[in-house]
Design a protein around this ligand. Structure first.
Ligand code: SAM
Length: 287
């Protein structure tokens, strides 16, 4: 079996299959063996693990996942890559490739069908044009996941792991940190891919929490509060919440902030997850 990961093998396969990479599908293939090894090491896979990969591409990472884990399911949107994967994965009997759009499939049923009730690890070099919707789908669908190890563009990685107070901290930071504990494993330069992306990338590991990071009475309301607070970044917290269609008057919101002891003049981006939860829970009781 040929390892896809070297630049020369990738180029050979591209030629053999007359495959033209699609920018609109976020196709930047990893061709750096040391980075791949570090991703697999960072994902902490064992031979007992069940793995979901999103966007296997030509199968460079998939090959390594098949070697390191018990079973792999890979979802790839591009039907032109299926014949390539049939060749590059031909030696493995522990992989299933599903030709579909990961945002359209019912991941819960897929995981149940292939892995039963076993916990699953996600490992993926994500297509950058839909990074956020994929991450949110993985987290919000309440799948039986233990970790998500993903390559994303550095700017998104910075936002995901940001702490309160900085300009990177926003609704995405709160949403991910509500469900998971994110940490950055490595920085990946553009020359590790064919074709080279215009930006640096990072590999993050999100360890899924057994319980959300903060206790909230109503998750929808919690995320509406977060969205409102970050919706108008230059406004004070009180004005941003007032403009956020939360169904309460300015006076009522002022009273809520007083009750949870948060200064109405602060900016949304300074609030911790616990403070957002306190506001949402108090609002819930005030309604
Ligand atoms: N895993 C390969 C690697 O590391 O070289 C390819 C990674 S490439 C950055 C992203 C992959 O996601 C491409 O193969 C692309 O076709 C696939 N993809 C793009 N949109 C997708 C979607 N909505 N659902 C599933 N796969 C998708």
């Amino acid at each position: 079996m040929k390892n896809v990961i070297t630049p020369s093998n990738t180029k050979e396969l591209l030629k053999q299959f007359e495959f033209r990479m699609s920018k609109s599908l976020g196709q930047n293939f990893l061709v750096d063996k040391s980075i791949l090894d570090r991703i697999i090491e960072g994902a902490e896979l064992t031979k007992e693990d069940y793995v979901l990969e999103i966007g296997p591409g030509m199968g460079s990472m998939t090959q390594k996942l098949c070697e390191s884990a018990a079973k792999v399911v890979a979802v790839e949107i591009d039907k032109k890559l299926i014949p390539v994967l049939n060749v590059t994965l031909s030696e493995f009997d522990n992989v299933t490739v599903i030709n579909n759009d990961v945002l359209r499939v019912d991941l819960k049923s897929i995981l149940e069908e292939h892995f039963g009730s076993k916990p699953v690890k996600v490992v993926a070099n994500l297509p950058y044009y839909i990074t956020t919707p994929i991450i949110m789908k993985l987290l919000e669908d309440r799948l039986n996941l233990t970790s998500i190890t993903i390559m994303v563009q550095k700017e998104v990685g910075d936002r995901i792991k940001a702490a309160p107070g900085g300009k990177e901290y926003g609704a995405l930071s709160v949403a991910v940190q509500y469900y998971a504990n994110p940490k950055q494993l490595l920085l990946v330069p553009p020359h590790s891919f064919i074709p080279q992306p215009e930006v640096d990338s990072v590999v993050l590991k999100l360890d899924i929490l057994t319980e959300p990071a903060v206790a909230v009475n109503d998750e929808k309301l919690f995320f509406r509060v977060v969205k409102a607070a970050f919706g108008q970044r230059r406004k004070t917290l009180l004005n941003a919440l007032t403009a956020g269609n939360l169904g309460l008057s300015k006076e009522q919101l002022k009273a809520v902030l007083e009750r949870v002891d948060i200064d109405e003049n602060r900016r949304g981006e300074t609030l911790s997850l616990q403070e957002f939860a306190n506001i949402a829970n108090n609002l819930y009781n005030a309604k």
